[in-house]
Design a protein around this ligand. Structure first.
Ligand code: ACO
Length: 332
């Protein structure tokens, strides 16, 4: 027997960024780089960096409270908290459980989800299933990172790219014909070595050698990730539009993962999609991994770039390598 699934949408968003700004000219004093190189190769001008006392859960909590306020929900309403992150406060307890405690969501289940920069889209997809199948009524999905804590500040290939921040969304049942129309998720695990934090897990537990070898930092084959990203962004966008049964011309707005302006522009070109209708904030924040998409979504919604009834396409890629896309018919 076919079960009637409930339509699920985003009913509130929030974001939170550390106050400290690190500009490209600040970076010129730390590594052998230049504002000109970073701007032309990436589009990034500055990024936010958390202080020593701030962990991922602090940014996640702040973004969550803002999303809850915008959705008009209280902590007791929340049935599930999902945090997408590659920079959890610690291996366990999960950052989601720490957020649960911080906000007092006593009725919630809570877990972290690790799909790197695609974490928020993966989280939306999972959260949607919990509500559509009647397992939960209110789900909080958060993407939060403090990548500055795992950057090698002596490696110009990586440290110029990343920043810290958090974004959150509250999911609930919405009107028929609106909300999350579909998600498409994928992974190419065989390309995983292109982007990794080699040590600190069970394969390479922390030791004096791993610390001396700087193996707790981000290691990246930039050009490999670049090639993957350029192809997958356009493919993932097309796939989800096909699944929903609409053409790219029916997409009102795209919120892409904010890794590099060249990746976003290449995807726009392949999709023949106007850059004016693609949200870009990577110039201000750099790549915040799982936080990039929800922060951009929150900013775009609050700036009135997305209005009720719009088809909003979220698309991203990340370590794993993972990728994902989602179309949300905006319902608020
Ligand atoms: N400043 C100055 N020179 C630099 C810097 C820097 N910050 N970084 C690298 N260079 C040098 C390199 O050493 C190299 O010099 P060489 O030719 O003498 O060896 C030269 O610049 C060119 O380097 P390339 O790697 O060819 O530069 P490219 O144009 O590919 O840009 C970049 C590099 C920006 C990293 C690009 O490959 C990229 O954006 N890749 C995707 C990365 C990405 O999106 N990662 C995040 C994934 S999301 C996640 O899950 C965390």
């Amino acid at each position: 027997m076919m079960k009637c699934l409930k339509p699920v949408g985003i009913v509130g968003t929030g974001s939170c960024l550390p106050e400290r700004i690190l500009t490209n000219s600040d970076l010129e004093k730390i590594v052998d780089t230049s504002d000109e190189w970073i701007t032309t190769r990436t589009g990034i001008k500055e990024r936010r960096i958390s202080d020593d006392k701030t962990a991922t859960s602090d940014l996640a909590t702040c973004a969550a409270l803002r999303a809850m306020e915008s959705a008009g929900v209280v902590a007791e309403d929340i049935d599930l908290i999902i945090v997408g992150t590659v920079t959890p406060d610690m291996a366990f307890p999960s950052t989601a459980c720490i957020v649960q405690d911080n906000i007092g969501a006593v009725n919630a289940a809570a877990f972290d989800l690790e799909a790197a920069c695609t974490g928020f889209i993966y989280g939306l997809s999972v959260g949607e299933k919990f509500i559509s199948t009647g397992q939960a009524k209110t789900v909080l999905v958060i993407g939060a990172e403090t990548l500055s804590k795992i950057c090698n500040w002596e490696d110009r290939n990586t440290c110029v790219l990343f920043g810290d921040g958090a974004g959150a969304a509250v999911l609930r049942e919405v009107e028929e014909g609106s909300g999350i129309m579909s998600t498409v998720l994928g992974a190419e695990g065989w390309k995983g070595k292109a982007l990794m934090q080699p040590a600190g897990g069970s394969r390479m537990p922390a030791s004096h050698e791993t610390i001396e070898g700087k193996k707790h930092y981000i290691h990246m084959d930039g050009s490999e990730v670049f090639k993957f990203a350029v192809n997958i962004m356009a493919q993932a966008a097309r796939k989800v539009a096909e699944k929903v049964g609409i053409g790219m011309e029916q997409i009102n707005y795209i919120i892409p993962h904010q890794a590099n302006i060249r990746i976003v522009e290449a995807a726009a070109k392949r999709l023949n999609f106007d850059m004016e209708r693609i949200y870009v904030n990577l110039d201000s924040y750099g790549n915040m991994s799982a936080a990039s998409i929800p922060v951009a979504l929150d900013e775009a919604a609050k700036a009135g770039k997305i209005v009720k009834g719009d088809n909003v396409l979220l698309v991203g890629f990340g370590a794993g390598l993972t990728w994902g896309s989602c179309i949300v018919r905006w319902s608020i």
